[in-house]
Ligand binder design. Structure first.
Ligand SMILES: Nc1ncnc2c1ncn2[C@@H]1O[C@H](COP(=O)(O)OP(=O)(O)OP(=O)(O)O)[C@@H](O)[C@H]1O
Ligand SMILES: [Mg+2]
Length: 305
């Protein structure tokens, strides 16, 4: 990583070596706290059981889908077997991995609604080694309505994912921007939640309601649920504004805020157009390093194998 790209992700500039030298342990990181060192993750000798993580924020356009694809791809680079679950009827995650959602014979909708359907028949390889996709398309919007009348309607996704837990190390669920029944299903099926927050003035608006929803799900449906972390996205270290937003988020939420922040760069939309994760589209770009660092941080925190 060049000095310029280190600056682009808000890192202090020191000798660039393997791309992570800029993260000198103890130096102030972009969140204002001293940056711990996140070592390369240990090699895994087998796979599973998976930790399930919902990528969730009811605010639109904050980087949920981008973070799902790129964190997933970074974890796969580190030898983890990863399943990405598209749980948004917009199907942006599926499109972002090069799938035409209208041409799908089987999607998550089918396995949610057909009680004896085999979930594995809907899973597709992503083209990236160790990274699979459970795709969605607009059909999923009907599930939100149809599930209302089901017994244990909040637990349908959890039931669908259960047979897969031994096959993967991490399952990431890309939620839609709402707190409706689909999102409640995702929270009920998960061990952890990652909340991406865009570094802009209204970032914190709505987060209290999200945290309240997470607490309710934890009380009533899923006692093991934890907030794994809050991820600052679209961070621009050149603006005082971005730095202030991150400072406020750290003030409000403390250590659950990831030390890793994701810089704002056009390489992310570019990678989506190319239907690839940034880790393969622009492997040595700062944005790719940022998601690799997030993968390291998540593993170092014990929130992924
Ligand atoms: N770090 C970034 N820098 C610049 N652009 C970004 C970054 N992260 C995401 N984007 C772009 O911002 C837009 C919204 O991102 P994304 O789709 O990941 O958000 P989302 O939270 O999933 O949105 P939705 O709520 O609609 O599902 C996309 O065009 C994406 O390419
Ligand atoms: Mg999205």
């Amino acid at each position: 990583m060049t000095n310029q790209t280190q600056e682009a992700v808000g890192l202090s500039v020191v000798d660039a070596g393997d791309g992570f030298d800029g993260l000198r342990a103890g130096a102030p990181g972009p969140t204002g706290r001293p940056m711990p060192s996140f070592p390369p993750p240990p090699v895994l000798h087998g796979h599973g059981p998976a930790r399930v993580i919902a990528m969730c924020n009811q605010k639109g356009g904050v980087g949920k889908t981008t973070s799902t694809i790129n964190l997933g791809a970074a974890l796969a680079e580190y030898g983890r077997k990863v399943l990405l679950v598209d749980f948004d009827p917009q199907g942006a995650l599926s499109v972002g991995l090069g799938i035409n959602p209208h041409e799908l014979e089987k999607t998550i909708y089918n396995v949610l609604m057909e009680r004896h359907a085999d979930v594995r028949t809907a899973i597709r390889p992503s083209g990236i080694e160790r990274l699979d996709l459970l795709p969605a398309n607009i059909d999923l919007s009907a599930a939100e309505v149809q599930l209302v009348g089901e017994v244990a309607r909040e637990q349908v996704l959890g039931r669908v994912l259960r047979p897969l837990l031994d096959d993967y190390d991490v399952i990431l669920i890309d939620c839609q921007p709402s707190l409706g029944l689909l999102t409640v299903n995702a929270l009920t099926a998960s061990h952890g939640v990652v909340i991406p927050l865009e570094c802009e003035f209204f970032a914190l608006r709505g987060v209290a309601l999200l945290v309240e929803t997470i607490e309710k799900v934890k009380d009533r449906l899923n006692p093991g649920l934890e907030i794994d972390g809050i991820l600052a996205t679209m961070y621009d270290p050149r603006t005082l504004h971005s730095r202030e937003v991150v400072a406020r988020v750290v003030e409000a939420f403390g250590d659950i805020v990831f030390h890793t922040v994701i810089g704002r760069t056009v390489k992310f939309p570019d990678a989506s157009v190319a239907a690839e994760p940034i880790t393969t589209y622009a492997s040595s770009h700062a944005g790719a390093y940022a998601y690799r660092l997030l993968a390291r941080e998540l593993i170092a925190r014990g929130d992924a194998a």
